[in-house]
Design a protein around this ligand. Sequence first.
Ligand code: ADP
Length: 168
Amino acid sequence: MERVYRVVCPGSFDPVTNGHLDIIGRAAGLYDEVVVAVLINVTKQGLFTVDERVEMLNEVTRRYGNVRVEKFHGLLVDFCAANGISAVIKGLRAVSDFEYEMQMAQMNYRMAKVETLFMTTNPLYSFLRSSLVKEIAKYGGDVSGLVPELVLGRLRERLAQESPPGQE
Ligand code: ADP
C-alpha cells in the first residue's frame, strides 16, 4: 500500500491569520496532506465558534488542494492516532514560543512517539497572533494584510454585533 505523508497543524485559529496560512501553505508543499486541527476548548469562549473557524479555514485553504480541516478535543496524540498522523507541524515566531512548544513536543513524543517539526515563521508575520488581531480590530485598528480578506469581513461583522457604536 502506498504511504501517505500526513502532518497535523493544530491550534485555536480564532480567527485564522496570514501567519497561520503561511505555515499551512508551506507544509502543504512538503506533505501529501495537511490536516488543520481546530481545538475545541470548552473552558474558553472564542470570538468565533469552532464551526465558524472551520468554515473560514476551509475557504482560505481550498486553493492548496491537499489541506483538510477538522476539529478536535482531548489529546492531540489521540487525534493523530485516529487519523493516521505521525507528525505535528508548528510555526515558531520567537524564542518566547520555544519553551512551551518544546515541552509539548517532548510530551507528545513521550506519550505516543508523535514527532513535532518546527517551521520558522515568515518574518513578515513574526509578530502576529490571533489575540492581537482581535484586540486591534476591536478598537477599530487596521488589520488588513494580517488576515485573509474573508476574515477581515467576518471580523468587522462580528465586532459590529458585539459592540454597537457608542456602547463600550
Ligand atoms: P495564536 O492565537 O497565537 O495565533 P493558535 O493557537 O491559533 O495561536 O496557533 C496555532 C499555531 O500556529 C501556533 O502554535 C503556532 O505554531 C502557529 N502560528 C500562529 N501564528 C503564527 C505566525 N504568525 N507565524 C508562524 N506560526 C504561527
